[in-house]
Write a protein that binds this ligand. Structure first.
Ligand code: FAD
Ligand code: NDP
Ligand code: LAN
Length: 499
C-alpha cells in the first residue's frame, strides 16, 4: 500500500484517533494562541476600524481596474465557514479580504453593540455577559460569525420571541461594488437595509453591524417536558411559543416518531433557594442531547437552573449530535473525565483535515439540512421526514417570521410562527439516495416553507425565486450596480456552486 493511501485509510477508518490525539490538542493550542493574540494586538479602537475600511476599499478599486469582469466574494476560506460543502465559487471569483473581527463599541444608552462581521459568537457572548449584556438571539455554535448570520440567516430557541438573528440588528455598514461606504438602517437607506439579510454577500461587503443588546441574567431556568405523539408536540409547541411572558426560550428535540422532549426556559437571576445548578458546559458533563433524552426514560417533568453561557452553547460540544459519528465513545464517562476538556473539536480543523473519501462518504450516506415550515405542519413534516430519511434526534426550533420585502419573510401580512426542523445524521431508510433532497425541497416549497441555504439547494432558479422574494433584491442589485460585480444569491447556493 502506498504511504498516501495508507494515510487515507487511517484517516477514514481511524478518524477518531486522529481527531482525539492530534486535532483536539491543536484546537486547545489554537484557543490559547487566540487569547494571547487578542490580548496583545486586538485592543480595538474606532481608528483601527477606519483603517480596515480603507484597506477593503483599496482592494475593490484595484479589482475594478485590473479584473472588472470577475465577480467578487469574500476571501474567507471555505474550511473556515460553518457550512458542510466546499464553496467551489471561491476558486473562480475575485477574493476580497474582509477579515475584520473586533468589537467597535458597546453603547449602554442605545442598548446596542457595534461589531465587525468576522467576530464569532464564541468571542462576542462571553465579553457581553461580562459587561452585563447579551444579544436577544444568541446562536449555539461558537464559530458562527455575525457577518455569516446576517448574510445567511440565524435562528435560536429565543427566535419565537425575537425572530431571525438579523431582526435584532439595527444598522449595517456596507462597502458597495464601486468602493463606497453605505450606512443603512430602518430610517436611512431602508430598502438596502431590508434587502441585505440572506443575500449571501451579493450586494456588497459588510463591515460593521449594530446589534440590540438586552440585560443578561445569571441563569436559564429550564423545564423539560416529555411528550408522546406528534399531535401533542405540535399543539403544546403552539401554546408555549405564544406564552412570551413565561418563555424566553422554546426548543423541542424529537427522539423517535412518537416521543420528544419540549424545553421551555426563562432567563433569571435565581434566588437564594436555588439548591442545584447544572453546569452543563463543564467538560465532564454529558452531551446535552443525551441529557435531554434521559427525561424520556424517567418520563417526568424536570426543571433545573443552567448558567446562561452554558445554556447558549449547549449543542456546541457535541456539534448537535454530529460528533458521535466522529468520536463514537465521546460521551462515555471515561472519555469525558480524561479527555473531555479538549472538546469541542474545532469545526474549521475538522473541515481542513477531512479527506476526499470522507467527503464522498458524507455526500452519499449523510444528511445535514434545516427546513423552515409553518408551525402547524410539524406533524405532517416529521412524518414525511420519517418516511424519507428516518433520522433522529430531530431539532425543532420555533421562529417568528414577519411580513417584509426582503428575500425571506412571512408570506402573509401578519407575523407568522414557523419552526426550523433540523435533520443531521445518517438516514436509516433502506434505499437512501442524496437526490431525495430535491423532493424534500419541493415538499417544503408547497407548504410555503423555506430552507436554510448553508447546505446548498437542488431547486432550479425558478423554484428558488418562488421560495425567496427577489423583487426588492433585484431592484437593489440594479441600484447598487451589482450585475457584473457580484454573483446572484442562487449562483452561490446551488449545488454546483457548493461541492
Ligand atoms: C458515511 C460516513 C461518513 C463519515 N463522516 C465522517 C465525518 O464527517 N467526519 C469524520 O471524522 N469521520 C467520518 N467518517 C469516518 C468514520 O467516523 C470512521 O470511518 C469511523 O472510524 C468508522 O468507525 P467504525 O470502524 O466503528 O465503523 P465502520 O465499521 O467503519 O462503519 C460501519 C458502517 O457504518 C456507517 N457509518 C460509519 N460512520 C458513519 C457516519 N459518520 N455517517 C454515516 N454512516 C456511517 C457506514 O455505512 C459504514 O459502512 C465517516 C464514515 C462514513 C462511513
Ligand atoms: N443556528 C443557526 O442558525 C445556524 C446557522 N448556520 C448557517 O451558517 C452560516 C454562517 O456561517 P459562517 O461560517 O459564520 O459564515 P460563512 O463564512 O458560511 O458565510 C455565509 C455567507 O455570508 C457571506 N459573508 C460573510 N461575511 C461577509 C461580509 N463581511 N461581507 C459580505 N458577505 C459576507 C459569505 O460570503 P462569501 O460567499 O463571499 O464568503 C457567505 O456567502 C449561515 O449561512 C447560517 O445560516 C449554521 C449553523 C447554525
Ligand atoms: C440551523 C442549525 C442549528 C444548524 C446546525 C447545523 C450544524 C448541525 C452543522 C453546522 C456545521 C456542520 C454542517 C458541520 C458538520 C456537522 C453538522 C454541522 C455541525 C461536520 C462537523 C460534520 C463532519 C464533516 O466531516 C465536517 C467536518 C466537514 C462538518 C463540518 C461542518
Amino acid at each position: 500500500m502506498r504511504s498516501e493511501s495508507l494515510l487515507e485509510y487511517l484517516l477514514v477508518n481511524y478518524r477518531w484517533m486522529f481527531v482525539v490525539f492530534f486535532l483536539l490538542p491543536c484546537t486547545v493550542l489554537g484557543k490559547i494562541w487566540s487569547v494571547f493574540e487578542k490580548s496583545l494586538w486586538s485592543r480595538h479602537t474606532g481608528l483601527e476600524h477606519e483603517k480596515n475600511l480603507s484597506r477593503i476599499q483599496r482592494q475593490i478599486r484595484h479589482r475594478n481596474e485590473q479584473a472588472p469582469d470577475q465577480v467578487m466574494c469574500t476571501a474567507r476560506p471555505s474550511w473556515r465557514s460553518m457550512t458542510i460543502a466546499d464553496m467551489a465559487y471561491k476558486k473562480y471569483m475575485y477574493n476580497i479580504d474582509v477579515h475584520l473581527d473586533g468589537i467597535v463599541s458597546i453603547n449602554a444608552k442605545t442598548q446596542t453593540v457595534r461589531v465587525e462581521p468576522g467576530i464569532t459568537m464564541g468571542r462576542l457572548i462571553p465579553i457581553l455577559i461580562e459587561s452585563g449584556w447579551t444579544v436577544p438571539v444568541a446562536l449555539d455554535m461558537e464559530d458562527l460569525t455575525i457577518g455569516g448570520l446576517v448574510m445567511g440567516i440565524g435562528l435560536e430557541s429565543s427566535s419565537h420571541k425575537f425572530g431571525l438573528f438579523h431582526e435584532t440588528c439595527t444598522r449595517y455598514e456596507l462597502i458597495t461594488a464601486n468602493g463606497d461606504l453605505i450606512i443603512c438602517s430602518k430610517s436611512v437607506n431602508a430598502d438596502i437595509f431590508e434587502s441585505i439579510p440572506y443575500s449571501y454577500g451579493t450586494l456588497g461587503f459588510l463591515t460593521a453591524v449594530d446589534i440590540q443588546i438586552i440585560p443578561a441574567k445569571k441563569y436559564v431556568k429550564l423545564k423539560y417536558r416529555p411528550i408522546r405523539t406528534l399531535e401533542k408536540m405540535e399543539s403544546r409547541l403552539i401554546v408555549e411559543t405564544s406564552d412570551l411572558e413565561h418563555n424566553d426560550f422554546v426548543e423541542l428535540l424529537i427522539y423517535n416518531k412518537e416521543e420528544g422532549v419540549l424545553m421551555t426556559g426563562k432567563m433569571t437571576d435565581g434566588n437564594k433557594d436555588i439548591k442545584y445548578v447544572n453546569r452543563i458546559g463543564r467538560f465532564y458533563k454529558p452531551w446535552f442531547f443525551k441529557h435531554v433524552e434521559s427525561f424520556l426514560l424517567t418520563w417526568k417533568i424536570g426543571e433545573e437552573y443552567i448558567p446562561l453561557k452554558d445554556y447558549y452553547f449547549r449543542h456546541n460540544k457535541s456539534l448537535f449530535w454530529e460528533i458521535q459519528d466522529i468520536i463514537p465513545f465521546g460521551n462515555h464517562p471515561v472519555f469525558r473525565y480524561l479527555l473531555g476538556w479538549l472538546m469541542p473539536a474545532k469545526v474549521a480543523l475538522l473541515k481542513l483535515t477531512q479527506t476526499d473519501t470522507i467527503k464522498q462518504l458524507y455526500a452519499k450516506h449523510h444528511f445535514i439540512d434545516d427546513f423552515i415550515l409553518p408551525i402547524s405542519s410539524l406533524k405532517k413534516s416529521v412524518q414525511q421526514f420519517h418516511t424519507i430519511l428516518n433520522i433522529y434526534p430531530i431539532w425543532v426550533c420555533p421562529t417568528i417570521l414577519r411580513p417584509g420585502k426582503g428575500l425571506m419573510h412571512s408570506p402573509a401580512t401578519v407575523n407568522n410562527m414557523y419552526i426550523d426542523i433540523g435533520l443531521y445524521g445518517e438516514p436509516k431508510v433502506s434505499k437512501y439516495n442524496p437526490t431525495i433532497l430535491r423532493d424534500l425541497e419541493i415538499f417544503v416549497l408547497k407548504l410555503k416553507g423555506f430552507k436554510m441555504m448553508y447546505a446548498g439547494t437542488y431547486l432550479n432558479i425558478d423554484e428558488f425565486k418562488t421560495m425567496f422574494d427577489h423583487r426588492l433584491y433585484d431592484r437593489i442589485r440594479q441600484n447598487l450596480r451589482c450585475k457584473s460585480n457580484f454573483p446572484e444569491v442562487y449562483d452561490k447556493v446551488n449545488r454546483k456552486a457548493r461541492i
